[in-house]
Structures are given as structure tokens and as C-alpha cells.
Ligand binder design. Sequence first.
Ligand SMILES: [Zn+2]
Length: 413
Amino acid sequence: MKKLIPVLLVIFSVQVVKAQMVSVENLQTYVFKLASDDFAGRGTGEKGENKAARYIARELKKLKLRPKGTKKYYQDFSFDLKLMNPENPHGPMIDKGKVNGKNIVAMVDNAAQYTVVIGAHYDHLGLGELGGSREANPQGKIHHGADDNASGVAAMLELARILQTNNQIEWHNYLFIFFSGEEEGLQGSKYWTDNPTIDLQNVDYMINMDMVGRMDSITRNLVIHGVGTSPNLGSLLNIANKNNLSLVFDSSGVGPSDFTSFYRKEIPVIGFFTGQHADYHKASDTPDKINYQGEKEVVQFVLNMVNQLDTMPKLTFQKTVEKQSGRSHFKVTMGIMPDYTFSGNGIRVDGVSDGKPAANAGVKAGDIIIRMGEMDIANMGDYMKCLESLEKGDKRMVQIQRGEETIEVEVTF
Ligand SMILES: [Zn+2]
């Protein structure tokens, strides 16, 4: 009998290791499916989104997760959709009426006292009629949303599979919430945090994954939001960084994704993001452009972190300094997506919106803005200050570094 024990141990540990492997093939399958034409851009409340919801619920059932919505896996909600008037962006919003969203909620139940919430939104911009598109003529184009946010959903399904079968991580329950209505202003996460299907008091912390499919394989940057929402979170994350990713910390608990709703309920949040790109909110955000190997590293990072936090006491919440939401005091827009992970001098342009001042002046993705009019632009703060000072119709010479060259273009705001 004694001699048998080491043999059994070997078999057992091999199984555990196998269960923990993140599968690139699974990530690919999920992203290609969710971002396919079949799901028509997953616009909130539309047929395509409902189809995606059924697909996700079926996968959760296969993985044997416990339904934790109000109707099995689903939690229905509705909200009034108000869109900006493109003719008069600072005027009153256009009321588009009621939209029906649907969160999907499922649990890895370890009968533990505390629960970790893992979230990602699965909705996207549909055929461009819901607002938020960066296409010049969005109507009728399928906005595939492979990175935004089929990548986050794929990461969640893979985490669900591993956490469900992993018997090492068992001091917490894991609640998976696939949010709807994110693109219309974090509607699904707002609704769930106001109408939670478990007791919020027992939520240890919230993990959010929004756009985790475009890791740059050279810089290996991974942006993490909310690092200031609990003391020592930064050093804990550095310990979990076993594969030496280049972590870019953002301390704020408020940002452009669903983690904000949990921060508002005083829950520590950790939001993952692999960075902006030129296909952001365009029809060209397609599955072939995803870095699946990079996404696998993100999922592995989350697993390391979850593993590490599993045996630790509940995280303490801490308020963070809130960045000014900005937008309201700008009278003009430049129409670029800045690269928030860029640490050099200037503002690196990750993408430009068609038909907006930057695009009209010939600014391209990859350009680095170093001067606008009389102002040197060293960082985001300088850039914001400059934009604040501008009126509609103003013209400024903008100095740009493009590769080896420094060029100047005239931008009309
Ligand atoms: Zn988005």
C-alpha cells in the first residue's frame, strides 16, 4: 500500500498541471466565433447580441458553471439610449428610446465565504447605428469587435474552464459576468452592481478584461487599471508577473470600462488592457489581427494573480484620485487615439478617426505629436491643456515625428 502512494501523487499532479494550461486554440475558437459576421457586431439588444448570449450560456453550461443570473444564466435589463447629435455635438442628445440588454452570470462555486468577480463586456457596436463608431460612414458595416471585446470574453471562458477544474484554487468562489450595454455607457455593469445576484459585501475584488487581444509582442505592455484601489496591489501584481510582461500601472479605479461600476461600490478593481490601436471601434477590428499568444500570457497572468491572492485575506478597498473626466471642458476634438502605454516624449498616435481634424490634416497612426502651435507637447497633460485652450475653427501648426523625420501639418479644429 505504501509503495502505491507516490505513483498516485504523480498521476494527480500531472492532472492538475494539465488543467491549468491556457489553450491558444480555445481562445482562437471563441474570438473567431464571437467576431464572425453571424453575430453582426453584437449590438446591445439586437439579434446578433442575443445570439452571442446564447452561445456564451451554452459554453458555460458545457463547462458546468452554476447559473447565477435572475433567469438561469441571464439577467435582463433595459435603459434609455441617448446618442450624441453629430451635427451638434455639444447640443442636446438624441433620444433613441428603450434598449433591452442582457448580462450573463455564472459561478465557479467552491462554497467559499468570499467571491472574486471576473467580468468582460460581450456587446459591441453592431452595425454602427448605436453610436461610438470611428468609421466615417458607419451605418450598415459590421463592427466585428474582435479585440473589443471578443478577446475579453474568450479570456473569461478560458479562465472559467481552468478555475472550474482546478482544485488548487478553492478559497474563493469565482463569479463570471459577461456584461451587455458597455459601449452605451457601462449599462450592464451599472445594472448588475445596483441589482447584484450575490451579496456585494462578500466580493473580495473584481477583475475586468476589456481589449486584451492586441499585446505588442516587442514591448509586451500590459496596462493594469485600478492598481491604487487596494494598498500593496502593485507589489502583489509584480510578484504575479512570472513571465516578465511589461506592466503599465494606472492607479485610478475610474476608467472607460466596467470596473468603474465596481469601484463605485467600494470594491477593489483590477482592469486589464493590452493597449489602443488603429482598428479601435472600426469594422476592421477583426479576429485575424489578434495576438493569441499574447492573450494567452494575459490569461496566465490572471491565473497567477488569482492563485496568489487565493490564500490571502480579503483585499482592503482604498479610494483613488479621480482623473477629471475632461471631455466636457473641451470645445474641440483632435480625433486621435493616444497610445496610453507610450512613455517617450510627446503623444504617440495609435489611430485616427476618419473625417476629424487630425485625419483631415494627414496625421497617421504611429506619428508622435511633439508640438502644437506655441506649445511643446511632452505628455498627456500638455496635450489636454492645449486642447482646452482651443476654440472651434482655430488652426494650429502641429509638429510631428514620423519615423526619422520631423514634419509639420496644419490642423483646423
Ligand atoms: Zn469599445
